[in-house]
Write a protein that binds this ligand. Structure first.
Ligand SMILES: Cc1ncc(C[n+]2csc(CCOP(=O)(O)OP(=O)(O)O)c2C)c(N)n1
Ligand SMILES: [Mg+2]
Length: 596
């Protein structure tokens, strides 16, 4: 029997099969920290340097293991710090349970120190389940429901524990009486497949199409074989939303790669020319990169009924598990004998890889960021795990890295927040200490939270059976992704006071921490430096001194965007001479301007 409420909380978490908690202490959770200490090795507690990092790591734990990620923070400021990471999890549909402290019950409502209305604060991010424990008999059902809802709904739930409650005597079994709740453990995912008649309707649409395009997202990560089989039957090309990068190997002849602002030209061409769209497990947001309304007949496979037919008006919505639904659909599909559509896509993809290679090899001052990714691509170790941040790195992560089967790759897809790259990669190492992990991060994001997280890496890496964790930093001294967005989308020149990133010696800092630091500022050193990093006996910071004037352009340039860009130059962009001379010209020539 557990002694105190906090001990029972920890015991029940164990009974759900979990032991890793990412957290940071404070007097709002002293009782819980005490219970964690008493639990010994039943809990694997990871102290992060900031509560936001704990929430990012919990999100990544869910992404890279399929399990629930758990984060813990104190009342008031600690709880507030969790929020961004929790929203990242919520928006990418990850299962995370947040546990936070609160002022004592006797002080609540008294504008007490660190007293924040936590139920209201978490009401949006944990809208499926946020509750406060006010008496010990609640603990069992609060934990049971928080876990079951987080798992089954793939969402964030939150439990709030006033600090005095944590130290009350535990009640493991509520009395058999009125007003008590008697909950149990466990959840097992049901088979969810659409009705036969809906499968038939979908098959009719797909069989009638002559030019089928597929788009797959994170919801298809467990349906790799099925996606390949169906794409083959339909003679389709397959584009991947960012979170679905690991669904298909990038060297498949019919994989058009990424879509959207960070996308590829083959994906763009396929979507603008197809007559049928099959979307599987994706909520990719940008409709302008999908077919024009009316151009294509649409079928969507999606587990969450809330997410169907919102990006494109679908003719058939199949609510179901991706793999099972595709398997059920397969016998109803006729193999397309005319392969000319598929062949056209394959030719386009082949050309595109050549364009990407040529772009990567363009000279830049001092080195071209795209080449850093290009050179990594062929060196990616089997089974590696990739985590990108939100910045220009996300472009090159999406376009230039050829992932292979068995790898995992993620980033903040829907929130697109800065900051997750390093904590995601660290969380991946805790979950998979035997696999190489690579984070791809900008200097802005490094200075936001990455360098703090490096301290935790330095403190833990000796425990890992494979110590390889490489943090690649694009040291471009710029908040580059946004600088380009300002030029292309609003026609504004670079505003140095807002966009400049101060100089920081990332490689030197790594060495200071006992890690390996490698600074690369010559193109011919990029590849050999990757070789050294990948052979390292300890985590590495690979600092790539890259040119901020290499454009992160969308896959097609509209006239409006080209016009905005020219305006930003005329208005006196401080980097104009370099850009006009350099890579922009080559890059713009590789895209066909579209008049829309
Ligand atoms: C928390 C947060 N703040 C601001 C942004 C807007 N934003 C997106 S990318 C970016 C620049 C990132 O700079 P850096 O990390 O240096 O990467 P770079 O683009 O320079 O490679 C900014 C400011 C964001 N997405 N998230
Ligand atoms: Mg930068």
């Amino acid at each position: 029997m557990a002694d105190l409420v906090a001990d029972f909380l920890i015991k029940r978490i164990n009974e759900w099969g979990y032991k890793r908690i990412f957290g940071f202490p404070g007097d709002g959770i002293n009782g819980i920290i005490g219970a964690i200490q008493r639990a010994g090795d039943k809990i694997d507690y990871v102290q992060t340097r900031h509560e936001e990092l704990a929430a990012f790591m919990a999100c990544a734990h869910s992404k890279f293991t399929g399990e629930v990620g758990i984060c813990l923070a104190t009342s008031g400021p600690g709880a507030i710090h969790l929020l961004n990471g929790l929203y990242d999890a919520k928006m990418d549909h990850q299962s995370v349970v947040a546990i936070v402290g609160q002022s004592a019950r006797s002080a609540m409502g008294g504008s007490y120190q660190q007293e924040v209305d936590l139920i209201s604060l978490f009401k949006d991010v944990a809208r499926d389940y946020v509750h406060m424990c006010t008496v010990p008999a609640q603990v069992r059902h609060l934990v049971d429901r928080a876990f079951r809802i987080a798992i089954s709904q793939r969402c964030v739930t939150c439990l709030i524990f006033p600090n005095d409650v944590q130290e009350l005597e535990a009640v493991e079994t509520p009395p058999r009486a009125h007003n008590t709740i008697h909950s149990g453990l466990g959840y097992s995912q049901p088979h969810i497949i659409p009705k036969d008649e809906d499968l038939r309707k979908a098959a009719d649409v797909l069989n009638a199409g002559k030019k089928v395009a597929m788009l797959v997202g994170a919801g298809a990560l467990q349906a790799i074989d099925e996606v390949m089989e169906i794409a083959d039957l339909l003679g389709a090309g397959v584009a991947k939303a960012l979170l679905g990068k690991a669904v298909l190997p990038d060297d498949l002849s019919y994989c058009t790669g990424p879509i959207g602002l960070l996308g590829s030209k083959p994906s763009w061409d396929m979507m603008t020319e197809c007559d049928t769209l099959l979307m599987v497990g994706s909520s990719f947001p940008y409709s302008e990169f999908l077919p024009k309304e009316g151009q294509a007949r649409g079928v969507q496979i999606e587990i969450d009924p809330k997410m169907v037919s919102i990006r494109y008006p679908m003719e058939v919505n199949l609510i179901g598990d991706s793999a099972e639904t595709l398997r059920a659909l397969k016998p109803l599909l006729e193999r397309k004998e005319d392969r000319s559509w598929r062949e056209g896509i394959e030719k386009n993809i082949k050309d595109w890889w050549e364009v990407l290679e040529a772009r990567a090899m363009n000279s830049a001052d001092p080195i071209n960021p795209e080449r850093v990714f290009w050179e990594l691509s062929s060196r990616l170790p089997d089974n590696c795990i990739l985590a990108s941040d939100s910045g220009s790195s996300a472009n090159w992560f999406a376009r230039d890295l050829k992932v292979r089967r068995g790898m995992m790759a993620s980033l903040s897809g829907n929130l697109a927040t800065m900051g997750p790259g390093v904590p995601y990669s660290l969380s991946a190492k805790f979950a998979w200490p035997d696999r190489p992990v690579i984070a791809l991060v900008g200097d802005g994001a490094m200075l936001m939270d990455g360098i703090n997280c490096l301290v935790t890496i330095a403190d833990n890496w000796k425990e890992w059976s494979d110590p390889r964790l490489i943090i690649m930093v694009l040291a471009n001294r710029d908040l580059n992704q946004v600088t380009w967005e300002q030029r292309i989308m609003t026609g504004d020149p670079k505003y140095v006071a807002s966009q400049r990133v101060p100089k920081f010696d990332f490689a030197g800092y790594a060495e200071l921490l006992g890690l390996r630091g490698i600074r690369v500022d010559k193109p011919e050193e990029i590849g050999p430096a990757w070789d050294r990093a990948l052979a390292s006996d300890r985590p590495v910071v690979y600092e790539a001194v890259t040119d901020p004037e290499v454009p992160t352009l969308p896959p097609h340039i509209t006239f409006k965007e080209a016009e905005n860009f020219m305006k930003s130059m005329i208005k006196g962009d401080p980097d104009a001479p370099g850009m006009i001379r350099g890579a922009f010209k080559d890059a713009i020539e590789s895209f066909i301007p579209h008049k829309d």
